[in-house]
Design a protein around this ligand. Sequence first.
Ligand code: GLY
Length: 296
Amino acid sequence: MTPALIVHGGAGATTPPALQTERRSGLTAAFEVGWNILVQGGTALDAVVQATVTLEDHPLFNAGLGSCLTEDGTVEVDASLMDGSTFQAGAVGAVRNIKNAIQLARAIMTDGRHVFLVGDGAERFAREHGLPQVAADELITKRQYQRWQTLRLGSGQAQQTTGEPGTVGAVALDSSGRLAAATSTGGVRGKRSGRVGDSAVIGAGTYADSTIGACSVTGDGEHIIRATLARTAVELMRGGKDPVQAAHTALAHLTRQTEGEAGLILLDPFGRSGVVYNTESMGAAFRSEGRLVVRV
Ligand code: GLY
């Protein structure tokens, strides 16, 4: 079976021209990391995790290094992943001091006792399982600190749900027909400490079932959670329905129910893909007719 991969760098406002080249190279690097795993016979799960780690480590995406800040000026990240062949999943919410939340989510999945850990307990789990932790300010970039200052000194509005994209994620189909999905984010700028968004919630931000499809979502977390968007989109592919049509129908459901804005990437077991959003733009990298396509 021919493998397939899509990575995304978030849906939202158009990326400013000065950032486009760097974001493009970040998406290209993430795609290549995941693609190399797949063409060497690796698993869909490894591909989505490593592609997501690459974007978490890139300072211009809102995940890991470069995450947006809470109203308290801290970084708290969310992530989740799902293996569509085993139906196992792992998720973390509102964790601090963790560079690669997706690896923590994977460790929770592998451990198998729980699916979803948050806050201090998740951080203790990371220490006990030897996952690297960083000092609180190591994930704060100058750019995000300045954006936080602007918000704080500006209108006084607490949370900004729309704006520059930056949540990251990936979906993959491997040569054995397994599907997997992963999503990671710093959340929304100026959020309350302790807020957890859709990227940590299986069925909302992330979902995979190797018999139907895999999905990673980006956008307004509070709306996406209520629409259980990832699972909705995957269910709309049941019976071999077209991923692009499924993605449009899922977004129409989101808009009708919540007026939320979002983007999603979808893959089905035949390698057919959907990259659809109702925001100004969405960063993504995928292959089309044998060529790499990268959008910022
Ligand atoms: N979709 C990212 C968030 O709302 O946290």
